[in-house]
Write a protein that binds this ligand. Structure first.
Ligand code: SF4
Ligand code: SF4
Length: 110
């Protein structure tokens, strides 16, 4: 019979393995992204949950959040926040791509 303590240990080890795998996958993706003067970030609005993580890492003030009307009649929330990139100040550094938990940001040609 497996004890609760053993189950907790297995669960923690599995969480660590998954987190490590995801971090590695994200790192590989990061290396292949366009960047620099010829690139600019782009937010896929449908994937953006307005969490504000990208604005925290952007040193160039190139991301702003705005309110978007909710479409769902099931939720009593009038607006949902979304991020958008300000193209001119964006330096193409890619940091926001790493920060986004929903993979809502891509790098595209400027
Ligand atoms: S690529 Fe860099 S400069 Fe451009 S929006 Fe993302 S974090 Fe800001
Ligand atoms: S980090 Fe991603 S999900 Fe969060 S506000 Fe920025 S683009 Fe949207």
């Amino acid at each position: 019979m497996v004890s609760n303590e053993d189950l907790q240990k297995r669960r923690a080890a599995e969480q660590e393995r998954i987190a490590k795998t995801l971090a590695e996958a994200k790192g590989e993706h990061y290396e292949t992204l366009k960047h620099g003067e010829t690139a600019v970030a782009f937010v896929h609005e449908d994937k953006c949950i307005g969490c504000d993580q990208c604005t925290l890492v952007c040193d160039d003030n190139a991301i702003e959040l705005f309110d978007k009307k909710m479409k769902s009649a099931l939720m009593k929330v009038e607006n949902n926040r979304k991020a958008r990139i300000l193209r001119d100040p964006c330096t193409g550094c890619r940091l926001c791509v790493l920060a986004c938990p929903t993979d809502a940001i891509d790098m595209i040609n400027r």
